[in-house]
Design a protein. Structure first.
Length: 201
């Protein structure tokens, strides 16, 4: 693609690094920005820089947060003895939108995937086991995507957790096998949380 300006080309190249954004979509975004007031574009850029510099990860659950402890972990009305294990922030948001779950979370930061070189050591597993041990947790819910990576991670976690006195359950398979949790509709996901079943390894 030939660009009339190297500045446009550089901006397109940067924006096309976003997931699902190709060069044509990036060009449309650049042309949109060129039509906006300079202060609006500056504010957008500043918010992205601020996000990257100031975002924190909750010391307890590894969820993204504005402070050292996220709003969910800091909420005394949440059931701290129930932990829902998820892959990332998108899954926390999906489950929260159902308004059916009132426990806490633990964000792994990914799934075990040997092909991509992601093993248990790259995930937030050790601090999960420490939480379960030290916080008198009664139930751990596996809310992982119904994929090979999700099942592998669930199997690994179950082996570790069975050494502790804790109930292990998983969301019911109202979620399609091979489906990503974040794309499930809220009603199906909510029912899957409420009708969770004992984890079978």
């Amino acid at each position: 693609m030939n660009y009339p300006s190297t500045l446009i080309e550089e901006a397109v190249n940067e924006l096309s690094k976003f997931p699902g954004i190709g060069k044509k979509s990036a060009l449309r975004m650049v042309l949109f920005l060129l039509k906006q007031e300079e202060n609006m574009v500056s504010k957008m850029g500043e918010s992205i820089i601020k996000l990257r510099k100031e975002i924190q990860f909750c010391e307890q659950c590894n969820n993204v947060s504005d402070a050292s402890t996220c709003n969910i972990c800091a909420n005394t009305k949440r059931d701290a003895q129930t932990i829902c294990i998820v892959e990332d922030l998108r899954d926390v948001m999906a489950i929260e939108n159902t308004a059916q779950y009132h426990g806490t979370y633990h964000v792994l930061g990914g799934l075990i995937n040997p092909i991509q070189g992601i093993g248990p050591d790259q995930l937030q597993i050790d601090n999960l086991l420490t939480r379960v041990k030290n916080q008198e947790v009664k139930e751990v819910i596996m809310a992982l995507s119904a994929t090979m990576e999700g099942d592998t991670t669930g199997f690994y976690l179950a082996r570790k957790l069975k050494q502790m006195d804790v109930k292990i359950s998983t969301i019911s398979r109202g979620i399609a096998v091979g489906g990503e949790l974040e794309y499930a509709d809220e009603i199906t996901l909510g029912r899957s949380i409420l009708s969770r079943i004992p984890y079978q390894s």
